[in-house]
Design a protein around this ligand. Structure first.
Ligand code: NAD
Ligand code: ZN
Length: 361
């Protein structure tokens, strides 16, 4: 494994590397052995990803004289629940996994969140490694230690902060990722540009064809930059008391749109709609120039991401979901609003009349 492609999440004694390299999947066993992370590994993966990449990872572990096995579950958000959490914990116990062993999450955000929560809970916590395979997981969910499951009352309502020992990102796996999933992940990529890095924003805009065409070098640079930003933000505010909240840009209205669509609009597309809405709120509050709002709108358009709440959506229902947002503090909804490309503020000082105006369109 080439260490030139490595970043570090600076969390003192819990610091960990993020390794980004095209084709690194088959070398992970060697790196795990070198880092001496565990005696025995349980790869947890959904059935789709296990079929595609389970054997490569397993072989690489075995070739380095370590023990590995795979546990699978049905692909999709519906699997991120407490019943499956319990079932997989039982399976680990029956197979005799102990404190010195580790869990490897191989898959998208669903796998990372579920397997991470299992790692945080099983025997009160065992070592855990992330191998994210969707663009969303590679730039967002695999870094930062948020783990958990959904309950009928809402998404991600049960979980824990639990950091992995290492994150391995093989960008070649994106070649098999469904197109829509890739485009959805690009919304989160664009989010990083808007909240933290104007040069990166320009880079994404200027390299659209390369990114969409899965150009190795361009994707490598994009994922590296996103992970660096996320690592910096998490190192400064692990438990989301302050700075980390900027990562929720586009997510307040985005989550409401996602819910009203009954999740037929995928997360990234809903976030794209939410980012434009937040930018328009910022213009309305004279925090952002019309030109910068237009640039945010334009970049999302360039990546074929939606920018408007579908006409047929019930605006009252959207408002209802907004008022149940998890991030509400003392009855006030807080919004992450851009002040220019590359910078945001967090405020709960947004009149209902402005929200009404923006979501009505
Ligand atoms: N922990 C966090 O900080 C955080 C952040 C953002 C999102 N999330 C969570 O992430 C989840 C969404 O993650 P997701 O979008 O990755 O969904 P996902 O894990 O369901 O993956 C999407 C689909 O792509 C398939 N897939 C994955 N990798 C593939 C590959 N390389 N080739 C072919 N198919 C592949 C999967 O089988 C699945 O069907 C949500 O539950 C969300 O709450 C967590
Ligand atoms: Zn998101």
């Amino acid at each position: 494994v080439n260490t030139a492609n490595e970043l570090v999440v600076g969390l003192q004694d819990r610091a960990y590397p993020i390794h980004i390299e095209y084709g690194c999947l088959s070398n992970i066993g060697q790196d795990l052995a070198m880092r001496n992370i565990a005696n025995r590994y349980c790869i947890i993966s959904d059935e789709t990803v296990a079929k595609l990449y389970g054997d490569v990872v397993l072989k690489s572990i075995q070739q380095n004289n370590q023990h590995g096995e795979i546990l699978t579950f049905p692909a999709g958000e519906a699997s991120k629940n407490l019943a499956l959490f319990a079932k997989l914990c039982s399976e680990l116990a029956q197979r005799g996994f102990d404190r010195k062993d580790a869990i490897i999450a191989l898959g998208g955000g669903v796998t990372g969140d579920l397997a991470g929560f299992i790692a945080a809970s099983y025997l009160r916590g065992i070592a855990f490694v992330q191998i994210p395979t969707t663009l969303l997981a590679q730039v967002d969910s695999s870094v930062g230690g948020k783990t958990g499951v959904d309950i009928p009352e809402g998404k991600n309502l049960v979980g824990a902060f639990y950091q992995p020992k290492a994150v391995y990102i093989d960008t070649s796996v994106l070649n098999t990722l469904p197109r829509d999933e890739f485009i959805g992940g690009m919304a989160e990529v664009i989010k990083y540009g808007v909240i933290r890095d104007a040069d990166f924003f320009e880079y994404i805009l200027n390299n659209r064809d390369g990114a969409i065409g899965l150009d190795k070098n361009i994707l490598g640079k994009i994922i590296h930059t996103c992970c660096q930003i996320k690592a910096d933000v998490v190192a400064e505010d692990e438990q989301e008391t302050d700075l980390r909240r900027i990562l929720n840009y586009g997510h307040t209205i985005g989550h409401a749109v996602e819910a009203v669509s009954k999740f037929s609009i995928i997360h990234g597309k809903a976030v794209a709609i939410g980012m434009v809405a937040a930018a328009r709120i910022a213009v309305r509050k004279q925090l952002l120039s019309k030109e910068d709002c237009e640039r945010i709108y334009k970049i999302l358009n360039e990546y074929n991401l939606p920018t408007e709440i579908p006409k047929e959506f019930d605006r009252n229902l959207i408002k209802k979901y907004l008022s149940t947002d998890k991030k509400i503090v003392a009855g006030k909804i807080s919004y992450v609003l851009p002040t220019k490309v590359g910078e945001v503020v967090i405020t709960s000082d947004v009149d209902d009349s402005i929200i009404e105006e923006i979501i009505t369109g």
